[in-house]
Design a protein around this ligand. Structure first.
Ligand SMILES: NC(=O)c1ccc[n+]([C@@H]2O[C@H](COP(=O)([O-])OP(=O)(O)OC[C@H]3O[C@@H](n4cnc5c(N)ncnc54)[C@H](OP(=O)(O)O)[C@@H]3O)[C@@H](O)[C@H]2O)c1
Length: 241
């Protein structure tokens, strides 16, 4: 049985937590919403601590509350603020950077001693990017900048923390989660975006959670520094023309 920290527990993070708990692993959950967090913690028999990742001290305390050793950490926090570049304020861009990239660095920094103490051959860190880094999309300047930083962070940490700690990222395309509800809840919009994918549908959480669990497990012990697209082919394929 391994012990993992999951940060961000509404969408993918919540399903990842249920998947890992179902495999018998021990979990420490961190999110902002204290009520939903304590409900999930009780359901999964997990320890938990509420924190906003923009509060570095609170995040540090919430991670230290997980104890040591730790075998993995998944940073599933994210934001979607889509606007044309001329309407992206400095504070929009700084907020996306802090939530998506700086928060991930803070989380890994706080967890490092516990991850280094893992009894497994390797401990594992999992971050999340987006298809909008590999493929340019209009109105995505702020989130593409922030997630581009996550991809750089993934490779830099993977190099620096090898051989004890592996670091990988998953880059999804549009996936039905609470975060993406503003884009997926209108069926006409969802259908139009689905049709842009070679595999002709949007992502579901069940397309991503099994890979996330695999990347945290010793079964992926020789995978590090990778950004893996789970995107219905959208980042790299063109089926017409
Ligand atoms: N869904 C997609 O289409 C999609 C596409 C590309 C990439 N991604 C990435 O995949 C990862 C998981 O996304 P998801 O769709 O499953 O997200 P989600 O869980 O539906 O929602 C975002 C999560 O981020 C947390 N969060 C946001 N701001 C926070 C803050 N300041 N402090 C602490 N927690 C904060 C939310 O916490 P609360 O519950 O407390 O609000 C929530 O758990 C994210 O990194 C996202 O950027 C998702």
């Amino acid at each position: 049985m391994a012990r993992f920290v999951i940060i961000g527990t509404s969408g993918l993070g919540g399903t990842l937590a249920r998947t890992l708990a179902g495999q018998g692993h021990s979990l420490h959950l961190i999110s902002r919403g204290a009520d939903a967090l304590s409900e999930l913690g009780r359901e999964l028999g997990a320890s938990f601590a509420a924190a906003d990742v923009t509060d570095a001290l609170a995040l540090d305390a919430a991670i230290l509350a997980a104890g040591a050793p730790l075998d993995g950490l998944a940073y599933c926090v994210g934001s979607i603020n889509l606007k044309p570049a001329h309407r992206v304020s400095d504070s929009d861009a700084l907020s996306d950077f802090e939530i998506n990239a700086l928060g991930a660095l803070r989380a890994v920094r706080s967890a490092l001693p516990a991850l280094r103490a893992s009894a497994q051959t390797t401990a594992s860190v999992l971050l999340f990017s987006t298809v909008a880094v590999a493929q340019g999309f209009a109105n995505h300047a702020s989130i593409a900048m922030a997630k581009g930083a996550v991809e750089g962070l993934t490779r830099a940490l993977a190099a620096e923390l090898a051989p004890k700690i592996r670091v990988n990222a998953i880059a999804p395309s549009l996936t039905r989660t609470p975060l993406a509800a503003s884009m997926t809840s209108n069926e006409a919009t969802a259908k139009a975006i689905a049709a842009l994918h070679p595999l002709q549908r949007l992502g579901e959480i069940s397309d991503i959670a099994p890979l996330a669990a695999l990347l945290l497990s010793p079964a992926s012990d020789w995978i590090t520094g990778q950004v893996i697209g789970v995107d219905g082919g959208r980042s790299s394929l063109r089926t017409r023309g």
